[in-house]
Each structure stands twice: as structure tokens, then as C-alpha cells.
Write a protein that binds this ligand. Structure first.
Ligand code: ZN
Length: 452
């Protein structure tokens, strides 16, 4: 008779391939058995009747702003909100931290803080900025997940955007190091010119801001990044693609053999520019939310498998920075790390009948594959870490300010009715979050990408 540390009985197991009734046997933090009515005994049993067991969500795009700006969010509060939403791992972006993660010393500093404070496992992005090409190798040695670059102004003074010359050099270097480059793709030329024109006429409303960052600014930048990917043979990931037209460009490059993938975010899927006009600062982001027809096209591409990953792009700021009559001056960034899974269950699965396996792909499996995580991450399978989210797919709830676990209780989803409540999150076999509460200390560990 087999002895497990933990058996999860009676749930529906959602993998990147299927959703079937099965029990899960766990020993030493790993999944060691998956099957119907597992025999054997365990020190602990979890009854999961009526629940779905998802692979823990891996959010490949968060800004927890530590060190240096933990008054904006912080690793402790950010990772707490992540595990509340069924997340078991995050990749932290290099900007917003001060110093930004652009060299080995800043990597070490952030890694130390995250190891002390994180409730989830984590990986770190390195920055690609003008002047740090000589640091890419040491960052790769430290185990960065990839390099992030901005093609338009980042809004952060010590994280400059790259022009095409620097991006080309950086991508060449990254390709030699076997690393991927992720870009924020909006044309600086177009966005800065349109911004200048608007402000020149004293136009500072929400609508004026939206008009200053049109879809064609995104397409222009994606197009340039794709050309560089062809030329440098560097793996490219376009983050937070806001439009179906953007995904279309990437899909056609993929067809031609370019090593490129893309991410979108829940806010581009469930909110539109009408929402930002209603909600204001809490829904400001860049690229901005789009009109409904563009959103419909984005959904179509997602439903057809052309979007690889969904990241929250959780990017909060203190309330002061979210208040200004001039909408251009308001800090752009949406807080969303707590609700990715229920948003997708509600809008993709319940409303649009997308199966559950594609959701597991977008939030876990594809992330692990694209970023070459060790095979222990991103899958609900024998041999993998027991990183799991138990979800009640019948439970409906309304997002309330008092339930937000962020440092600043702001979210464009407050008041939104969602289906799919995360009832328990398990990290490497141990429950970290259960029934609305943290139940363990911060035990997150750095995960370095594997070699193949
Ligand atoms: Zn971001």
C-alpha cells in the first residue's frame, strides 16, 4: 500500500490536455500519483468533491515594486494576493524596483527580499536598457527568466526605453545567451507625437489619453520587433498585446517560422475603453483598453490558440499617483493579480464556452514551456511540484474592496460578479491559502529556467 503525505480526493483534475475526475497523491511536495480512486493512505486527505483542481497559476508579468517602491505594492502583499487567486509562482518585472533589476547586484538584492517575503515561488526578469548590455551575461548566469525592454517611455526614470539600435544589440546578445527578450510594444514616435499634440491643445481627458495611444502605435512597434527577431534569431515575447490585430501580426510571423509568442492580460479581455471612461484612473494602462470590436477580435485569436500566455501585468501605485485632473499624469497600471483565474473562468469558460484545459495552458503550461521552467513547474502531472489551485466552479461572488489583499485596495474589478472561487492554494504540497486566509508563512523559492 502506498503511503502519501497528502491525497486530494474526488475532484476534477484540470491539466493542459484534459479535465477528468481523479485523485491526486502527493509525497515530498511532488505529485506522485494521479488516478481514479487511489489506494493507499496519507497523513492528510483533502475532500475535493465538486471542486476543480487546476495547476497553480504562474503569473509571468507582475510589478511588485520591491526594493525601492514597496509603498506601491511589495512582494509580501503582492504574492499574498497572487496565492489568494490560485497562483503559485510569479515572474517579477525589472522596472518599478529601485534599483531596477539591470545588473547582478540588483538581481541579488531582489532575490534575497523575495526569498524572505514571498508566499509563492518566483522568477525574476532582467532589464534590457541603454548602457547595460555588458550586464546581460551576469544576469543570465544569475538565472533571469528573460530580458524586458520598453520600446516606448516606461514612465520610470531609471528604466529608459531602448531605441532600435540598442534593441537590436540586446537581442543579439540575448540570443547568444539563449535568453528570450520581452518587449512593451508601442511606438515612441507615434505616442509621443500624439501626446504632444493633445497637450499642446490642452486636451487632457481620458478620451484624449486613449486617442494618444492608438492600435496602430502597437502594430508599428510589434512589426519592428518582429523584424529584429528575424534578423537576430532572438526568441521574442510581446507582452500585454491589447488588440486582435497585434496578435494577427504575431500569428503570421509564427507561420513563417519566427520564434515569437505573445501575452495578453485579463483587462484587455474583460474591460473596454468605455470602462476606463467610466472608472477612470483605476483602469488606466498602456497600451490602453480598446473598443469592443477590437476586443472581439482579440477574443477570436485567443480562442483559436494564438495567444500563448495570460499575465496580469499587476502594476499598482499609491492612491496619490492615481489622482490628477490631467489623465496623462495619472500613473498607468492596473491591479489584477488576485483575479486572473476567476476572470477567465467567468468570461472565457462560462460566457464563451472555452474549455478548462486552454485556461490551464494560458495560465500555467504555456508559461512554463515558453520560459523553459524546469519540468517540475507548470503542469499537473506525475513528477511535477504539487502546485495546485482548488476552485469551486459553481461559486459566484462579487469582488469587494475589503477582500482585496493588495497594499492599496484598488481594482477595476470591484463590484464585478465573478464565477469560480479559489478555495485553496497548494505550493509544493503545502497549503498556503485556504478559505480566504493565508495559512502558512512565506516559503517561496527562486526558480531558474532550465537548459532545455
Ligand atoms: Zn508591465
Amino acid at each position: 500500500m502506498k503511503e502519501f503525505d497528502l491525497i486530494i480526493r474526488g475532484g476534477t483534475v484540470v491539466t493542459h490536455e484534459s479535465a477528468v475526475a481523479a485523485d491526486i497523491g502527493i509525497a515530498d511536495g511532488k505529485i506522485v500519483a494521479v488516478g481514479e480512486k487511489l489506494g493507499g493512505s496519507a497523513r492528510e486527505e483533502i475532500k475535493a468533491d465538486g471542486l476543480h483542481v487546476f495547476p497553480g497559476l504562474i503569473d509571468s508579468h507582475v510589478h511588485f515594486n520591491e526594493p525601492g517602491r514597496d509603498d506601491w505594492e511589495g512582494i509580501e502583499t503582492g504574492s499574498r494576493a497572487l496565492v489568494a487567486g490560485g497562483g503559485t509562482m510569479f515572474f517579477d518585472m525589472p522596472l518599478n524596483a529601485h534599483p531596477p533589476t539591470c545588473d547582478a547586484a540588483s538581481f541579488d538584492e531582489k532575490m534575497k527580499l523575495a526569498a524572505e517575503k514571498s508566499y509563492a515561488d518566483f522568477a525574476l526578469w532582467g532589464g534590457l536598457v541603454p548602457g547595460n548590455l555588458h550586464c546581460l551575461e551576469q544576469l543570465a548566469e544569475r538565472g533571469v527568466i528573460g530580458f524586458k525592454a520598453f520600446m516606448s517611455n516606461s514612465g520610470i526614470e531609471d528604466f529608459s526605453r531602448v531605441d532600435e539600435v540598442v534593441l537590436r544589440e540586446g537581442m543579439k546578445r540575448a540570443a547568444q545567451l539563449g535568453k528570450l527578450v520581452a518587449v512593451h510594444a508601442e511606438s515612441e514616435l507615434i505616442t509621443s507625437e500624439l501626446t504632444k499634440r493633445a497637450l499642446g491643445k490642452g486636451k487632457t481627458s481620458i478620451r484624449d489619453y486613449l486617442d494618444s495611444r492608438p492600435i496602430y502605435a502597437e502594430l508599428d512597434a510589434i512589426h519592428k520587433a518582429l523584424q529584429l527577431a528575424v534578423e537576430t534569431k532572438c526568441a521574442l515575447h510581446i507582452v500585454h498585446v491589447s488588440s486582435g490585430a497585434g496578435v494577427a501580426l504575431i500569428a503570421s510571423a509564427q507561420k513563417q517560422g519566427v520564434d515569437v509568442t505573445c501575452e495578453t492580460c485579463p483587462h484587455y479581455l474583460v474591460l473596454t475603453e468605455e470602462d476606463v471612461e467610466k472608472l477612470g484612473a483605476v483602469a488606466k494602462c498602456a497600451p490602453p483598453l480598446r473598443a469592443k470590436p477590437a476586443q472581439d477580435v482579440l477574443w477570436r485569436y485567443l480562442e483559436n490558440g494564438f495567444v500563448s500566455t495570460i499575465g496580469s501585468d499587476h502594476s499598482p501605485a499609491p492612491p496619490d499617483l492615481k489622482r490628477d485632473q490631467d489623465f496623462f499624469k495619472v500613473w498607468g497600471g492596473i491591479s489584477g493579480v488576485q483575479h486572473t483565474l476567476p476572470l477567465l473562468i467567468t468570461d472565457a469558460h462560462v460566457n464563451r464556452r472555452l474549455a478548462l484545459s486552454p485556461i490551464a495552458q494560458l495560465t500555467s503550461f504555456n508559461v512554463a514551456e515558453r520560459f523553459k521552467l524546469p519540468k517540475t513547474k507548470g503542469r499537473l502531472a506525475i513528477g511535477a511540484d504539487a502546485d495546485l489551485a482548488l476552485v469551486d466552479l459553481q461559486a459566484k461572488f462579487t469582488v469587494r474592496t475589503e477582500d482585496l489583499l493588495y497594499r492599496h485596495r484598488q481594482s477595476p474589478y470591484v463590484g464585478r460578479a465573478l464565477t469560480g472561487r479559489v478555495v485553496r492554494t497548494i505550493l509544493r504540497g503545502s497549503t498556503v491559502f485556504q478559505d480566504g486566509k493565508l495559512v502558512s508563512g512565506p516559503t517561496g523559492q527562486l526558480v531558474k529556467p532550465g537548459l532545455g
